[in-house]
Design a binder for this molecule. Structure first.
Ligand SMILES: *Cc1c(COP(=O)(O)O)cnc(C)c1O
Length: 413
């Protein structure tokens, strides 16, 4: 491959069909923000929308807004929009609660679909909350439910007639490795096991085809590639064929068939609404809806193509310009096997990342030694990638990273 020049990279931006989206976000001029996989940028329209929800819908319309501003249907309405991004149908996705809580709901649903099965399986190295939620659910009824962690290479083989659910992340948070959703779902189904897909690092980063893969359940974050804002509500997908089989363990009143009948006993709502629990956070929903609407304007294939190209370019430039500094790819170098992030092992990864952040290149660090860079294709340009690697080389050549102030661990890495 020819060594890339700044001219080559500038040309890529000139021909980028997604380039106009950058204007729709508020991004500080002096930042190269390669962390949209942790917290997406602020869509400009979200500021006005949130202001309107606060000042008018809350401030003026008050309680009437549940009807007049349709607050009550926000979780299902935004769910239907997210459904279009992940290959689901209307009525299969509901917005609300956090990803962690929604993991719990789906695990419980699987235990109900086949009550003879008791083991909840995930893999070692998965995003911790997924494994932790399994442990917590199992602790409620240790005789009935077993938590099981298996090695990543061994996931499908480990399933058997006692397995109630397999919980896997589609794009690995640390390595960026993509799982084959269709093949794994089919292999699990052959053993009678439903699969819960965690789409936190996939939704909004690439096309996802849940129904095309015959998926059972999925959950994902609103604040990463969907740009819904810090702590944005998450989403839950339940395939229509499973919905009526589940009696929600988190049987909150808004999942009731008739919340405003105020019955003493719980009767689940038909369809996806039973996966709601309590009152949705309307301000968070409003911001999330702006992010989702913006994402729906983008062509998902163009998005995936650009995401792959940005990651490939970053890896190539690191190999060309930082070859002497010991960065070892921790992600697949083949874009087809990778989500929208790249990562490298480096023994001084934490300090190097802090030095980069001090220079305005924001990525993040994941223990024990991984530097992680996310490429949100709606607002990251090819020249951003060039400039980021240029600064990385500078930080390494000058030994700028090797200072005590960059080695002190903060609470959030
Ligand atoms: C970010 C992330 C989560 C986050 O869960 P929260 O409940 O929103 O904190 C869960 N799973 C995966 C795979 C993630 O990447």
């Amino acid at each position: 491959m020819n060594r890339k020049t700044l001219d080559d990279v500038t040309l890529l931006d000139e021909n980028d069909p997604l380039a106009p989206f950058r204007e729709r976000f508020d991004i500080p001029d002096d930042l190269i923000y390669l962390d949209g996989n942790s917290l997406g940028c602020l869509p400009k329209a979200a500021k006005d929308r949130v202001n309107d929800v606060v000042a008018r819908e809350w401030g003026q319309d008050l309680i009437r807004s549940w009807n007049s501003n349709d607050w009550i249907n926000a979780p299902a309405r935004i769910g239907d929009k997210i459904a279009r991004l992940i290959g689901a149908d209307d009525g299969e996705v509901i917005v609300g609660d956090s990803t962690s809580i929604n993991v719990f709901k789906c695990l419980n649903a699987c235990l109900q679909i086949d009550s003879t099965r008791k083991t909840l399986v995930t893999e070692t190295g998965n995003f911790p909350t997924d494994a932790y939620m399994i442990e917590g659910l199992a602790s409620i009824a240790p005789d009935r439910i077993t938590a099981r962690l298996v090695e990543p290479g061994n996931v499908v083989e480990s399933l058997n007639e006692t397995t109630a659910a397999l919980l896997l992340t589609h794009t690995h948070y640390k390595t960026g490795r993509l799982r084959d959703m269709k093949a794994i779902t089919a292999a699990a189904h052959a053993k009678g096991v439903p699969v819960i897909w965690d789409l936190s690092h996939s939704c909004g980063a690439m096309p996802v085809d849940l129904n095309g893969c015959n998926a059972d359940f999925a959950i994902g974050c609103g604040y990463k590639y969907l740009n819904g804002g810090p702590g944005a509500p998450a989403f839950t997908f339940v395939a229509r064929r499973h919905q009526e089989k589940v009696f929600p363990a988190l049987s909150g009143w808004l999942g009731h068939k008739q919340p405003f009948a105020f019955d003493d006993r719980y009767t689940p709502a038909p369809g996806i609404n039973r996966f709601q629990c309590g009152t949705p956070g309307i301000i968070g929903c409003a911001a999330l809806e702006v992010g989702v609407d913006l994402m729906l304007e983008a062509d998902m294939l163009a998005l995936r193509q650009k995401s792959s190209a940005l990651g490939d370019l970053f890896i190539q430039l690191v190999q060309e310009q930082c070859a002497d500094f010991g960065f070892d790819p921790a992600c697949p170098t083949n874009a087809a096997e990778r989500g929208s992030q790249v990562s490298f092992h480096h023994p001084d990864g934490y300090a190097i990342m802090q030095a980069l952040i001090a220079r305005g290149v924001i990525g993040d660090f994941r223990a024990p030694d991984i530097l992680r860079f996310g490429f949100a294709p709606l607002y990251i340009s090819y020249v951003d990638v060039w400039n980021a690697v240029d600064i990385l080389r500078d930080v390494m050549t000058s030994n700028e990273w090797d200072q005590a102030l960059f080695k002190q661990k903060a609470a959030v890495t």
